[in-house]
Design a protein around this ligand. Structure first.
Ligand code: OOG
Ligand code: MG
Length: 262
């Protein structure tokens, strides 16, 4: 760690205020170039603590930048991890208020809910598949607090990996009824196809993203408890949306997820 406690707390407040007031800021590594990975995750943890202290529940964990398309879009080469809170959840078919967001983008994601604890290091796809209770589709609405979505990996980790809203929909299925690698996803905006991919876009298999999350937690002495909701990351590049847009993501064997931006 290169930043002191007060700086971490101040940066958490800075980034969380930007989120809650829908106001963009410059990337924090511009002012704190010495910030390291531990600092970045410590800032994210401090944002989580602020939300929980206010009564918001942490309802899931997310993997980000797990597909080549996303890594290329954002100019980075390793995944990152964050969390989602109760107030970020929007019902399938629901409205998303764009006045509360800065510059939202949508991503189609294959998600899982676990039924057994997972623990790293050494967590692998087999352990993850054994621990999956069910697979469920979602659309994540990311909204980087950084101007023009321009950031480096440490800045985005501190900013809770751009987490903003998410919509769970479709229907749940057992993992053994699905081939998560060949599972097709089609993303539509206003009736037009804007992106498509298969599950293998996510690190070769979406369960690899869950294993990476578990190993990341393991390094920090944490486990992924049974009953966890995990988003494995956008299968395609993220698509910008604005007021008036309708988004529909179709998932092979898992139904569809939709929302309106108002
Ligand atoms: C970072 C968050 C990425 C995903 O699914 O890849 C993410 C960003 O691109 O702003 O959530
Ligand atoms: Mg995402």
């Amino acid at each position: 760690m290169n930043l002191d406690k007060n700086t971490i707390a101040a940066l958490a407040e800075h980034l969380e205020s930007a989120e809650l007031n829908a106001r963009d800021v410059t990337k924090i590594t511009d002012d704190y170039p010495a910030m390291d990975w531990d600092d970045a995750y410590a800032i994210q943890e401090a944002i989580r603590a602020r939300k929980e202290a206010r009564g918001n529940k942490t309802v899931g964990l997310k993997c980000g930048l797990t597909s080549r398309a996303k890594m290329k879009q954002m100019g980075v080469d390793v995944p990152c991890f964050g969390f989602v809170s109760d107030y970020m959840s929007v019902a399938d078919g629901g409205d998303i208020d764009t006045t509360k967001l800065i510059h939202p983008k949508v991503e189609a994601e294959i998600c899982v809910v676990t039924k057994a604890e997972l623990k790293g290091p050494g967590c692998h796809v087999g352990a993850v598949l054994a621990a999956i209770d069910f697979v469920i589709p979602a659309v994540e609405i990311i909204d980087s607090r950084y101007r023009d979505f321009k950031f480096d990996l440490k800045s985005v980790v501190a900013d809770n990996t751009s987490a903003s809203r998410f919509v769970i929909g479709g229907r749940s299925r057992n993992a053994d009824e699905l081939d998560l690698r060949t599972l097709g996803v089609v993303l539509e905006k206003n009736g037009q196809i804007v992106a498509m991919a298969a599950g293998a876009a996510v690190l070769g298999h979406p369960a690899v993203a869950v294993a990476a999350l578990v190993n990341h937690l393991g390094q920090r002495g944490q486990v992924l408890p049974a009953g966890s909701f995990v988003m494995t990351g956008g299968v395609t590049e993220a698509i910008a949306v604005a007021k008036g847009d309708n988004v529909l993501a179709r998932f092979q064997d898992l139904g569809s997820v939709s929302m309106r931006f108002v």
